[in-house]
Design a protein around this ligand. Structure first.
Ligand SMILES: Nc1ncnc2c1ncn2[C@@H]1O[C@H](COP(=O)(O)OP(=O)(O)O)[C@@H](O)[C@H]1O
Ligand SMILES: CC(=O)OP(=O)(O)O
Ligand SMILES: [Mg+2]
Length: 399
């Protein structure tokens, strides 16, 4: 039986899902966390709720891939490496080059590495994951699936910044967005769930995880999204600031005696957002708990978090001149009922109303607005891995 594997390599983690083909049944999925740190945690879920977990030091992504393949063998999930005929990798930045997924060859891999400036937290790790697989399974179909591809339909009016035009022309300085694979998946599911052709729908998709972005999907196409040149822009995130006034950077660098701009960008990427505001954690669960226990900084962090999402939804309703559906997905969007309720309550003027009972769930696909709600609100668990697997199949057939 042939199998394909979808890989989402983060800077410190490697998530995977293994599928049996052609049915695309999930055989196993899991994550290796804390790569490069002590006590990496390696978890595989498989079979009927079986779970393998071990804590050991895993120094880098190549070792992580080796351990993953060996453990799939040891658990009898595969009987030899050869069973894996294709691999798909999530890559965050594809720039203006990749309007679609691509078969990975040396040139493509080089381009992914060169695009590292557009996703400094993600592309280098994605490339490392690709190299690790190439080394261990050189012959299989290898496909890169880009977060930015879905957003390549954005019109100039939304992707250009109001800076000298030659910076776009010479240096491709523009908005690229991210999480496109997820926005596309949930927008298509929303149309199916509503039983309407996507071509006639205006949808705002809210991918709210550790990183988060909001997208305006009109007629099935992304027309605007909250992330920018890199995944730093847009809404408040776990550790990322989202949008700020660029002049503040110059001002604060002076105050803090920081001379290297990269050092400041790192603060905006890794020490800001929920973490920076609350001083508690980047993890929504911790911030919600701290706020419940009376921590005022945690409460204002949550208030800002909700406020920025509401503002982006408002912008997108405005530029589409209407909205049929609002979709919540990713870690926070799928699991935090309070987040969804506060946001929808904040935009009730648009004609949407949450059904508290329907909203009181985690991670299930359903409509969570009242029957009377003019604008439908949907909870849709994302499945970036399934989208990646589909592209591996599409490219294997072409190959
Ligand atoms: N039950 C929950 N309630 C609130 N937030 C949750 C819950 N479960 C997970 N989350 C949040 O989801 C976020 C992680 O989302 P995820 O989509 O996995 O992130 P990423 O893919 O960017 O690493 C974290 O902030 C986490 O706290
Ligand atoms: C692009 C991005 O922010 O991805 P993630 O949410 O997985 O960090
Ligand atoms: Mg994610």
């Amino acid at each position: 039986m042939s199998k394909i594997i979808a890989i989402n390599a983060g800077s410190s983690s490697l998530k995977f899902t293994l599928y049996a083909m052609p049915e695309k049944d999930v055989l196993a999925n899991g994550i290796i966390e804390r790569i490069g740190l002590n006590d990496s945690v390696f978890t595989i879920k498989h079979g009927e709720g079986e779970k393998f977990q071990v804590t050991e030091d895993i120094a880098n992504h190549e070792i992580a891939v080796q351990k993953l393949l060996d453990q799939l063998l040891a658990l009898n999930i595969i009987s030899s490496y050869d069973e894996i005929t294709g691999v798909g990798h999530r890559v965050v930045a594809g720039g203006e080059i990749f309007k679609d997924s691509a078969l990975v060859d040396d040139l493509v891999l080089e381009q992914i590495e060169e695009l590292g400036e557009l996703a400094p937290l993600h592309n280098p790790a994605n490339a490392t994951g690709i190299r690790a697989f190439k080394k261990l399974l050189p012959e299989i179909t290898s496909v890169a699936v880009f977060d930015t591809s879905f957003h390549t339909t954005m019109p100039k009016v939304n992707y250009l910044y109001s800076i000298p035009m030659e910076y776009y022309e010479k240096y491709a300085a523009r908005k690229y967005g991210a999480h496109g694979t997820s926005h596309k998946y949930v927008a298509e599911r929303a149309a199916e769930m509503l039983g309407r052709p996507i071509e006639e729908l205006k949808i705002v998709t809210c991918h709210i995880g550790n990183g988060g972005s909001i997208t305006a999907v009109q007629g099935g196409k992304s027309i605007d999204t909250s992330m920018g040149f890199t995944p730093l822009a847009g809404i408040t995130m776990g550790t990322r600031s989202g949008d700020i006034d660029a002049s503040l950077i110059a001002y604060l660098m002076g105050k803090l005696g920081i001379t290297d701009i990269n050092e400041f960008v790192e603060i905006l990427n890794k020490k800001s957002g929920l973490l920076g505001l609350s001083g508690v954690s980047s993890d929504m669960r911790d911030v919600e708990t701290a706020a419940e226990n009376g921590n005022e900084d945690a409460q204002i962090a949550l208030d800002i978090f909700h406020n920025r999402i509401i503002k982006y939804i408002g912008q997108y309703v405005a530029i589409m001149n209407g909205v049929d559906a609002i979709v919540f997905t990713a870690g926070v969007g799928e699991n935090s009922a309070p987040t969804r309720k506060i946001i929808i309550d904040g935009i009730s003027w648009f004609g949407c109303e949450i059904d508290e009972e329907k909203n009181n769930v985690r991670g299930v696909e359903r409509i969570i607005s009242t029957d009377d709600s003019k604008v439908k609100v949907l909870l849709i668990p994302t499945d970036e891995e399934l989208m990646i697997a589909r592209d591996v199949v599409r490219f294997s057939e072409k190959h």
